[in-house]
Design a protein around this ligand. Structure first.
Ligand SMILES: Nc1ncnc2c1ncn2[C@@H]1O[C@H](COP(=O)(O)OP(=O)(O)OP(=O)(O)O)[C@@H](O)[C@H]1O
Length: 658
């Protein structure tokens, strides 16, 4: 009996133990499952929050290799990004001087936090520049990512940008200029030939060439750079293109380029080509600038043409506006251009007969169908802004020595060889301001898209205010960059104000960007070579690529590239050399540089020399290949449809250039 009882008790306790163990296991696994679920939720939440910001860079080995600074560190390095440490403002951010904890002097670019472009450029800069090591490329030391803040840390370049050195009072002597040309060519050689895959810089221009304490140059700003992913791309791009182009010359037909360009990009402006083509022959050049000046307000309020430019025609304006079938173009055409035409003193009849009026049509601008402010608007805005020379302290290229003159007959603005008195000048400038207002009123109400109107109005309002406010901060003159949110001013009278910004799909910088590059994502080495050609001319001449001048005597010099071509035809290339150098330069080297630039500026990318040859030529290890002074046919427009039909029976611009 007792043994039966004890066995019962034993059974009972085993049962209890089993229940207990089962309970523990259940509780434990429930906690585990719960924890797992929580962890999963947390993980999903975390990756969702951080996905956009960090995942592309975290997966990039370059990113992991670079030093990551905390924002606090950089704030203390720059004394809170103080004005005292301010260096300059670019298209995507502001650059400050800073001293790191280890005493190293650095330059920090604080990117605009509200710009998508800035984010893209930040990642691009880090991915590409972060992986490069060359004495000809500026070093990227690190970066900072802190919530929405993005900072890139570079080595400090004491002599800042070539832009500042070239266009400030401290002029560079010839030896330095030549060394800089050589350094930039070596930088490009490194990018195009020593990097694998090759790197296309995409934005070679003076403000992206930085100078060290000995004025040796380094290429910077890789925000628009691309890795060349398809080695044969350039062949694909232009092999179809070449035959088409050559076939198209003279017939006016421009077959569509064989590139993977979407329609949105296909319609974009081809400014560099426009500008160079615009004045590649002397008479056209003069007419262009005459007409442009006329459009800038050198007419009276009744539309009378008061320009003293002789022999000009209205073709430039006529073609630009008459051939646009959008509302904007027609409005401008009907209300402004015809007004100018009817009152113009220009002899247009002959030109109409000879068909010259076709020359300025398709290439001048190609409307971006994005619905954003189009290039044409920028041009128009620019024209409007130029009516007021007071907004352009550097209206002419002789450091303000030749401000536009005004006489005060009933005519509003005309060139006057006699310098006006101070009072006259002040009155004249006021009238210019009025002209600007008039222009604004006259054309803005014609714009149907409300947001476009708003945008332009806002910019008009801001423009003068911003110019004054920033005048003290920006002592350098910048180029107009096709970047969004470009806020830096430019004070020269030559190109479009940087603040005019751009459509998102546009890339590169006006006048430096190669004609074949319409803003698509595809870049080839020869695109850099073209920009390098412009850079050489800018360095040799000490001028910007486009300079709208006040003096009619200097109109032919407005477009640096075409002026250079004219000089080449006349055999007087050395006239291009910066007057500030006087006779203190090496004439053989200068000739070599200008000829090399002309070779780089061939419109057909295939005709441009490659960077290896360029370096050899500059080092004196190779003769410059004999190149025709241009005028190769330009790559065909990427505008197919509409513009092609409009081109029928029209003479291609290049037949005039040739
Ligand atoms: N590493 C550096 N050392 C010294 N100064 C620098 C450095 N990087 C940039 N700067 C200065 O800051 C200015 C602005 O540079 P940033 O690269 O932002 O713009 P940008 O090249 O002038 O214009 P964009 O961005 O439109 O090409 C330059 O003109 C240059 O003077």
């Amino acid at each position: 009996m007792p043994s039966r009882q004890s066995s019962f008790t034993h059974q009972q306790s085993t049962k209890h133990r089993a229940t207990f163990v089962f309970l523990i296991i259940t509780v434990f696994s429930s906690v585990l499952i719960l924890f797992g679920v929580f962890y999963l939720i947390y993980y999903l939440w975390y990756s969702l929050i951080h996905r956009a910001r960090t995942s592309p860079l975290n997966s990039c080995p370059v990113f992991l290799k670079l030093r990551r600074y905390t924002y606090k560190e950089l704030v203390s390095a720059t004394n809170g990004f103080s004005d005292d440490n301010y260096i300059g403002k670019g298209g995507s951010g502001t650059v400050y001087r800073g001293i790191l904890r280890n005493g190293k002097l650095v330059a920090l670019k604080l990117l605009d936090s509200d710009s998508l472009d800035a984010e893209r450029e930040f990642q691009n800069e880090i991915r590409i520049l972060g992986g490069l090591e060359s004495q000809f490329v500026v070093s990227l030391l690190g970066y900072c990512v802190d919530k929405r803040k993005r900072v890139v840390v570079y080595e400090y370049m004491p002599n800042r940008s070539l832009q500042e050195s070239l266009f400030s009072n401290r002029s560079l002597n010839w030896n330095k200029r030549f060394e800089i040309i050589l350094d930039v060519s070596r930088a490009l050689e490194f990018l195009h030939r020593e990097c694998d895959p090759p790197v296309i810089h995409g934005d070679v221009k003076p403000s992206n060439v930085l100078l060290d304490s000995e004025f040796r140059a380094k290429l910077s700003d890789f925000g628009l750079s691309r890795l060349k992913v398809e080695p044969e791309f350039s062949v694909d791009l232009f092999s179809q293109d070449l035959s088409g182009t050559l076939a198209g010359v003279g017939t006016g037909e421009s077959p569509a380029i064989g590139t993977p360009v979407e329609s949105s990009t296909a319609n974009e402006v081809d400014f560099a080509l426009a500008l160079q083509a615009s004045s590649s022959s002397t008479p056209i050049n003069s007419k262009l600038v005459c007409n442009r000046l006329k459009g800038l307000g050198f007419t009276d309020e009744k539309g009378k043409d008061l320009s003293v430019c002789n022999g000009g025609t209205d073709d430039w304006i006529h073609n630009k506006f008459m051939t646009q079938d959008d509302e904007l173009g027609q409005n401008f055409d009907n209300n402004h251009i015809t007004e100018l035409n009817s009152n113009s003193n220009f002899n247009t009849a002959d030109d109409h007969k000879t068909g010259k009026k076709q020359w300025g049509k398709d290439w001048w601008w190609k409307q971006d169908g994005s619905g954003e402010l189009s290039t044409k608007d920028y041009v128009r805005e620019w024209i409007g802004s130029q009516i007021c020379p007071s907004a352009n302290p550097e209206w002419d290229d002789d450091k303000n020595s030749e401000k536009p003159d005004f006489d005060h007959s009933p005519k509003l603005n005309t060139y006057n060889v006699n310098k006006p008195s101070e009072n006259e000048e002040r009155r004249g400038w006021k009238q210019h301001r009025k002209m600007q207002e008039w222009w604004k009123e006259e054309h803005l109400d014609k714009l149907t898209k409300k947001h476009v109107q708003k945008k332009i109005k806002r910019r008009f309002k801001l423009k003068i205010f911003q110019r004054r406010r920033k005048a003290n901060r920006h002592d350098h003159k910048s180029e107009f960059s096709f970047r969004q949110n470009s806020k830096t001013e430019m004070y020269s009278g030559d190109v479009f104000s940087r603040e005019l910004s751009s459509t998102t799909s546009m890339r590169g910088t006006l006048c430096y960007v190669a004609p074949e590059y319409g803003g698509c994502e595809y870049l080839i080495e020869k695109t850099d070579i073209y920009s390098f050609g412009v850079l050489i001319l800018v360095i040799v001449s000490g001028r910007r690529p486009l300079h709208v001048l006040a003096s009619p005597m200097k109109l032919e010099k407005a477009n640096l590239i075409s002026w250079c071509r004219q000089l080449a035809l006349g055999g007087d290339l050395l006239e291009l050399v910066d007057e500030r150098l006087k006779d203190e330069y090496d004439k053989t080297q200068a000739m070599l540089c200008v000829n090399l630039a002309l070779a780089c500026l061939q419109k057909m990318p295939e005709l441009r020399p490659d960077i290896g040859d360029i370096v050899k030529v500059l080092k004196g290890e190779m003769e410059l290949p004999v190149v025709p002074f241009e005028f190769s046919p330009s790559p065909p427009s990427k505008l197919a449809g509409r513009s092609r039909s409009r081109r029928k029976n029209k003479t291609n611009i290049d037949t005039y250039i040739a």
